[in-house]
Design a protein. Structure first.
Length: 233
């Protein structure tokens, strides 16, 4: 059985596709729209459609070749939506040159993530594994529009990071300049439980003065002063 997320199914249905059985498999396709191959058709697309409709007319049914798909004899045939596939195929076998028919399938990319722990990432994509389905940030939908760029550096303010982690090692940003840091001032945050969220009430914040020197670029020669914060538990 085809497994489709509720959000994907809703989008397919909104685009006019419907679930159907095709040769024992559940698929999504456009109702009443079939891809058909008829042998013996050539020439310009318009003339092929005319010839195909002349053949279909002999069936005495409401079938119409509506679109040419670029290859000789490969066309779209419109049929009443309530006509079942076996019934339509049986009728088309009476058409001269009939080769095959298949639904106008829906095809979509499913590249959310191959991470074996993806089922735990309910905040990115919640299919009901925790709490309410779709109570998430719609990460797959966002990634279908944009996946970011290697030229964008994202800084996360935290107490540290395991930069050897297999999910991070190849994506960690490395500074293009040499850094020399010296501690200059120490300020202790209070022990109040109302301290800034994300910082332990007993954390000591150390202010660092950093001197950065460019490696090779003449345009960036000479020291550049910068300041930052590092946490020390």
């Amino acid at each position: 059985m085809l497994s489709v997320d509720a959000s994907v199914a809703a989008r397919l249905e909104g685009d006019g596709f419907a679930a159907m059985d095709w040769k024992g498999q559940e698929v999504y396709a456009r109702p009443g729209r079939w891809i058909v191959r008829l042998d013996g058709l050539d020439g310009k697309p318009g003339r092929q459609l005319e010839a195909a409709n002349a053949r279909l007319a002999g069936l005495g049914e409401s079938l119409r070749a509506s679109e040419h798909l670029g290859s000789d004899g490969l066309i779209v045939v419109d049929a009443p939506a309530n006509v079942a596939a076996p019934e339509l195929e049986q009728s088309l076998h009476r058409v001269p040159g009939f080769r095959f028919m298949e639904p106008d399938f829906a095809v979509w990319a499913d590249d959310f993530t191959a991470d074996p722990s993806r089922g735990d990432l309910w905040g990115l994509h919640n299919v009901g594994q925790t709490g309410t389905p779709d109570a998430d940030i719609d990460a797959p939908e966002a990634w279908s529009v944009q996946k970011g760029s290697a030229s964008v550096v994202v800084g996360v303010i935290d107490s540290g990071i395991d930069y050897t982690h297999p999910d991070l090692a190849s994506n960690i940003w490395h500074t293009p300049v040499r850094l020399r840091a010296t501690a200059s001032t120490t300020t202790t945050m209070g022990t109040s439980t109302t301290s800034t969220a994300g910082i332990s009430p007993t954390t000591t914040m150390t202010r660092w003065t950093t001197t950065a020197t460019a490696r090779t670029s003449p345009a960036r020669s000479g020291p550049t002063a910068a300041t930052g914060l590092a946490s020390r538990a």
